[in-house]
Design a protein around this ligand. Structure first.
Ligand SMILES: Cc1cc2nc3c(=O)[nH]c(=O)nc-3n(C[C@H](O)[C@H](O)[C@H](O)COP(=O)(O)OP(=O)(O)OC[C@H]3O[C@@H](n4cnc5c(N)ncnc54)[C@H](O)[C@@H]3O)c2cc1C
Length: 285
């Protein structure tokens, strides 16, 4: 196995594109090193990008934040302005593993590992976050929602590197929230999860809403009907019931030892309802 620390993102992309065998990017390593140790994957090439410019920085941009691909969850959760703007994204990262794991784990790694149960991904999808990708042909921006394509799979092509994640600006009256269900109090993988991001008008009516679910489909899923169900409302009982119905209709989970189809579907509705109420309160509603 080769370990490389290229001098630029362009060189890294070319290196990854030219590798005939299996390659992996080393961010925090909390997925990739565990997979190597358990012999799930034996990479021929490991490319470390953490030393490159911008990889570890959180920069204000257009009223939002551009987060370098190697920024850890712990680093983000210590950034007060980021947490104030996107508390739901911050709380999703704060659920990943333990203090030690959060010191290494990145949201880019969480996204690119391709797990349908990845905690930060529903929050990023609900937030309308985008990624900047360095490929062999240059850079392009892409919604986070378009990256996962199946369990352990993404739409990233050979040579593609996520350089940064962008969380956009939001109006003053806006809030988001993320919740997951796990059988233990910590250090477990979501059985179901839900993220809600919404905006309010002056009268407290929801003017825009996005709802995303985790662990109830082969990929994290944006549920447009659930967002529509609460838009134009003050999140009264009828709106919440319509939200829950839309969420349950969007679930197509598997049954396994951690939860049945019925349990996961019901739980996703409960979590979406609670996350919507928290997001609404955070928005000042
Ligand atoms: C004890 C333990 C507990 C955990 N608990 C949770 C949990 O509660 N919730 C949860 O969601 N996850 C959990 N995880 C999984 C893991 O910590 C997260 O998925 C983490 O966010 C992965 O980030 P990383 O930076 O460590 O990624 P890495 O392991 O470095 O990389 C993961 C994958 O992403 C790819 N990748 C990395 N960077 C890039 C890039 N810039 N561009 C393109 N591809 C890239 C790599 O090639 C690799 O395939 C846990 C893991 C452990 C070991």
């Amino acid at each position: 196995m080769r370990y490389e620390r290229p001098g630029s993102l362009e060189d890294a992309s070319a290196m990854l594109a030219g590798e005939a065998g299996i390659s992996r990017i080393l961010a925090g390593g909390t997925d990739v090193l565990v997979q190597m140790k358990s012999e799930i994957v034996e990479p021929d090439l490991i490319v470390d990008l953490k030393h490159l410019g911008g990889m570890r920085s959180i920069v204000a941009e257009d009223g939002g934040f551009r987060v370098g691909a190697a920024v850890s969850g712990a680093q983000l959760n210590e950034h007060a302005d980021f947490c104030a703007l996107w508390p739901g994204v911050a709380e999703a990262l704060d659920l990943i593993g333990s203090t030690q794991i959060q010191g290494r784990a990145t949201m880019t790694g969480n996204l690119c590992n391709g797990s349908p149960a990845a905690d930060s991904v529903p929050a990023l999808v609900a937030a309308g976050a985008t990624v900047r990708i360095q490929g062999t042909g240059g850079t392009r921006d892409c919604p986070v929602a378009d990256i996962p394509s199946g369990p352990g799979k993404t739409t990233l092509e050979k040579g593609d590197i996520v350089a940064s994640v962008f969380l956009p600006a939001r109006p003053e009256r806006a809030g988001d929230a993320y919740l997951r269900f796990i059988p233990r109090t910590e250090m477990d993988i979501a059985v179901a999860s839900a993220a809600v991001s919404l905006e309010l008008d002056e009268a407290g009516v929801i003017s825009a809403a996005r709802v995303a679910l985790g662990a109830v489909a082969p990929t994290v899923r944006l549920v447009e009907d659930a967002g529509k169900a609460i838009t134009g409302t003050k999140l009264g009982d009828d709106a919440v019931a319509a939200l829950v119905a839309a969420v349950e209709a969007a679930c197509s989970p598997i049954s396994d030892k951690r939860g049945t189809v019925e349990f996961r579907t019901k739980t996703a509705g409960v979590l979406a309802r609670r996350a919507a109420r928290t997001a609404y309160a955070r928005a000042g509603g």
